[in-house]
Write a protein that binds this ligand. Structure first.
Ligand code: 5RP
Length: 224
């Protein structure tokens, strides 16, 4: 199977998983990235079953609208039944690295609101310890150099993602060689650096369930 076929398989599995949870009032949170795009395409097939979606990026919002799915503002809703999104890496506790598509802050906000966070990935994203994938950190532009110096104190190498401006008007530092043996603690530590908007560790609010596409089908994983 190609990677795209695996992504399509997990997108379909996510639709199957969420369908019984939906009613005419339900709001679905929708992530960002190539796997989320497969999910968005499949979601269009069941749009009659729920009220609308909240998107974690302008790009996903446009895709949803183009497919006739109502897109709502997060501030206008009280409750979200489920959030479905991809990840760049996940560990056995379902802690994640996200932000490869620079949408990490809105993703984290939408995930915080959702009752259930379903992560959809192919098996290339599975690791024992997070950190092979550089950790994206969203930073207020004027703080970029200061935050880089602070991150370097963690014996890590922050790399400025040139030419990328987030939907929130900020910049991204991709941090290489981080020791992520304690993901929950590191998430808080990096978020405490002044000028950091948020970082791409999803450990304080990890995934509740993960659907992983692999050669022999879709596996359903919960935190170990
Ligand atoms: C975007 C993300 C994506 O979920 C992550 O980058 C995975 O993307 P893809 O499904 O394209 O591999 O966090 O900010």
């Amino acid at each position: 199977m190609t990677q795209d076929e695996l992504k399509l398989a997990v997108a379909k599995a996510a639709i199957e998983y969420i369908t019984p949870k939906l009613d005419k009032e339900s709001i679905v949170g929708v992530g960002t990235g190539s796997t989320a795009n497969f999910f968005i395409a499949e979601l269009a097939g069941i749009k009659h079953l729920f009220a609308g979606a909240v998107a974690s990026s302008d790009e996903s919002a446009k895709r949803l609208q183009d497919l006739g799915i109502e897109v709502l503002e997060l501030n206008d809703i009280n409750e979200m039944v489920v959030y479905v999104d991809g990840a760049d890496e996940f560990d056995p506790q379902l802690n994640l690295i996200k932000g490869g598509g620079a949408a990490l802050t809105r993703e984290k906000i939408v995930a915080a609101v959702a009752k259930e966070f379903i992560c959809i990935v192919d098996d290339t994203k599975q690791v024992e310890v997070l950190g092979d994938y550089p950790l994206p950190v969203e930073v207020i532009p004027m703080a970029r150099s200061y935050v880089s110096r602070e991150l370097a104190k963690l014996n890590a190498q922050p790399v400025y993602r040139q030419g990328v401006v987030t939907d929130n008007g900020n910049v991204i530092l991709d941090v290489e060689d981080l020791d992520i043996s304690d993901a929950k603690a590191l998430e808080v530590k990096i978020n405490n650096i002044v000028g950091v908007v948020t970082n791409g560790l999803f450990a304080q609010r990890n995934a509740d369930l993960l659907l992983m596409g692999c050669a022999d089908g879709v596996q359903t994983l919960t935190a170990k």
